[in-house]
Design a binder for this molecule. Structure first.
Ligand code: BTN
Length: 261
């Protein structure tokens, strides 16, 4: 059965709580949402594309976005400056996705800090949160989520082929496939239920529970040098607490590497 993206189904499955736009192709759903914000349009909560020609990842990387095989979505978040911060929003998104992926695949998906979702040794989802100022004092966050649903093999560029995977890889998943509309709505619903009381930080328990990195040896770049350490915990703001030979360090952003194979 063809898995067609449908605005009405997505909206209905979110209890008609959001306004959604669906496109066959965009350069990047994050770019489209940012253009809207810059032009003063802040009434579309979710933009979804069947494919992206310039899907963007963190650290200037690209995100492979083949048609018919993935979910490329951007949510507009209007943070309450008093209680939210970008790291919390991004950690909340990771928890929303990991809960959804576990439900729809039955597999033990995990979070690699900050917000990559893995099934086994393969990355199945990446999250790119971008802050956009729409007035002198206020910022929105564009929360971009890319999920590989059935993509495989040479749909991934060579540079990520060794590590990229998808939810319904026939080698790892025997569950019946949920439609992309169902998965998108489930992520939105999970995220909105967490975001409703993000200040309470209840979701951080799951952020820790599903962490792939707590207790692991990692390395990360600091001032262009590799620092080696062991992750001891995640703090209540989603920061990573790492013991290094120079003492305990709190990481609030960046990227860590760990040995997965
Ligand atoms: C990463 O893995 O570094 C983050 C990938 C984020 C990809 C998503 S797909 C939807 C949205 N639009 C983009 O251009 N990027 C994000």
């Amino acid at each position: 059965m063809q898995d067609i993206l449908d605005k009405n189904i997505i909206e209905e499955k979110t209890g008609n709580s959001i306004t959604c736009e669906v496109y066959d192709e965009l350069d990047s759903t994050n770019n489209r949402m940012k253009q809207y914000i810059y032009s003063g349009k802040r009434d579309v909560d979710l933009i979804v594309a069947d494919s992206q020609t310039m899907g963007r990842g963190r650290m200037g990387r690209s995100f492979d976005s083949p048609s018919g095989h993935g979910i490329y979505m951007s949510m507009l978040i209007k943070p309450d400056a008093k209680s939210d911060n970008a790291l919390l929003i991004t950690s909340a998104a990771a928890v929303a996705v990991v809960r959804t992926v576990r439900k729809v695949t039955g597999l033990d998906a995990m979070i690699k800090w900050v917000n990559d979702i893995y099934i086994g040794k393969r990355k199945v989802c990446g999250i790119l949160a971008e802050a956009v100022s729409y007035s002198e004092q206020e910022v929105d966050v564009v929360l971009g989520i890319g999920i590989n649903v059935t993509s495989s093999g040479d749909m991934f560029s060579e540079s990520v082929r060794d590590v990229a995977g998808s939810l319904y890889d026939p080698g790892t998943c025997s569950a019946d496939k949920a439609s992309r509309n169902e998965i998108i709505a489930a992520v939105v619903n999970e995220f909105n239920s967490i975001y409703g009381n993000i200040g309470e930080r209840e979701f951080i328990d799951d952020y820790r529970k599903y962490s792939l990195v707590i207790g692991k040896d990692v390395r990360f770049l600091k001032d262009n040098d590799w620092v080696f350490g062991k992750v001891v915990d995640i703090d209540d703001d989603g920061g990573l607490i790492v013991d290094t030979s120079d003492g305990r360090i709190l990481l609030n952003t960046g990227e860590i590497s760990l040995r997965l194979r």
